[in-house]
Design a protein around this ligand. Structure first.
Ligand code: NAP
Length: 341
């Protein structure tokens, strides 16, 4: 671990926005974390796939590099599989499947690291990471002490967690070193998303194995989502808005075809991508940034885009959706740094 100064972050964020970190440390040894200088502005960087760099960052970027994955233990009902925070998420899911420990296959090909999964409570195709998390291990960088969080401690919600609710994803207070997943031995296929069911049917599969589900989702995602290495992007850029049942009813009456998904608490999730498409932004560009032609949730950098371009595009999309539907769209990624001209 060597502290570096004025470190370029361009290749460390999947939107490829240019920015410098005043200080940068690649962290692959937990033992040194408690010895970090206190009171410094910090940001904890994983895969950089859910990040908008508005400009240079004047603090310390801690780039999580811990590696390792293992079966921690098993009981009659489940395997408990632990992975270090710096492991690549997709590789970890494939590795667990290959060991014969299914349960994460619906989350295949999500970019980013294992340590970022609980922060965002990543989700796709009807599964959220929080449903499989047994415990999260983290170091509190204010006190230097290690903490172990149970699923209840983690306060998981829709793309929500303790880390986001406490603002630790911005303040860099809590660095996740490892996550243990509980993967039930009584595996059940989760194919309730229409696109997934259709893809499996197309393949003539009625009783899919975990690997077949993973393969189908990889195909779906590759068909719809741009590869950040070819077209820089930060995955889903807007959260699906959750509204109360009455608002959803009124909106559905006024806008036939509006996709509405009722939540356990009675509220209703709307599809942000559908709203963006309806206001005409799918496939449109503003400056060097634009909304991807095959997926209206993805904001892409068509080359040398700057933070100002992103801010202008986000504001334009949000105001058009607000004007037509009265719904506020919230960006999903974390914004750090200050805008530079
Ligand atoms: P889609 O199937 O066109 O559906 C649009 C939206 O409706 C999705 O965002 C999804 O919400 C919701 N939805 C669809 N079927 C649902 C069901 N049966 N029950 C509850 N909600 C349902 O979505 P898509 O854009 O092609 O994305 C497919 C999956 O990949 C989604 O789960 C999405 O979250 C995920 N995805 C992830 C990323 C990423 O970067 N992490 C990027 C794009 C898409 P949810 O988003 O809550 O699932």
């Amino acid at each position: 671990m060597t502290l570096q100064t004025d470190f370029p972050l361009t290749t460390l964020n999947t939107l490829q926005l240019p920015a410098l970190a005043a200080h940068y440390l690649y962290v692959d040894d937990c033992a040194l974390l408690p010895k970090l200088p206190p009171h410094q502005r910090r940001f904890i960087l994983g895969g950089g796939s859910n990040l908008v760099l508005l400009g240079d960052f004047d603090g310390l970027v801690l780039h999580v590099g811990f590696k390792g994955k293992r079966l921690a233990f098993e009981d009659a009902d489940a395997w408990y599989v632990e992975a270090a925070g710096g492991e690549n998420w997709h590789d970890f899911v494939l590795w667990a499947l290959a060991q014969g420990w299914p349960g994460l296959e619906n989350l295949v090909l999500i970019p980013g690291t294992v340590g970022a999964a609980p922060v965002q409570n990543i989700g796709a195709y009807g599964l959220e990471a929080g449903e499989r998390i047994h415990q999260v291990r983290a170091i509190d960088l204010e006190t230097g002490s290690e903490k172990i969080f149970s699923p209840t401690d983690c306060r998981f919600g829709y793309r929500q967690s303790l880390w986001k609710q406490e603002g630790w994803h911005l303040s860099g207070r809590s660095l996740i070193t490892a996550v243990t997943f509980r993967l039930p031995k009584q595996w059940q296929a989760n194919c309730r998303y229409a696109d997934l069911a259709a893809e499996l049917e197309k393949r003539g599969i009625s009783q899919p194995t975990p690997q077949q589900i993973a393969d189908a989702i990889i195909t779906l995602r590759q068909r719809k989502l741009p590869d950040p290495a070819i077209l820089p992007n930060a995955g889903s850029f807007f959260e699906n808005p959750i509204v109360d049942a009455l608002t959803a009813e009124k909106l559905a009456a006024a806008h036939p075809g509006l996709p509405c998904y009722r939540q356990a608490d009675g509220k209703v999730k709307l599809a942000a991508g559908w709203l963006i498409e309806q206001v005409g932004w799918k496939g449109r560009q503003l400056g060097k940034m634009g909304i991807y032609e095959k997926q209206a949730l993805i904001l892409v950098n068509y080359g040398n885009g700057k933070s100002q371009d992103i801010c202008a595009l986000v504001t334009a999309v949000q105001s058009d959706v607000r004007r037509q539907f009265g719904v506020d769209l919230r960006p999903e990624p974390v914004f750090i740094g200050s805008v530079t001209n």
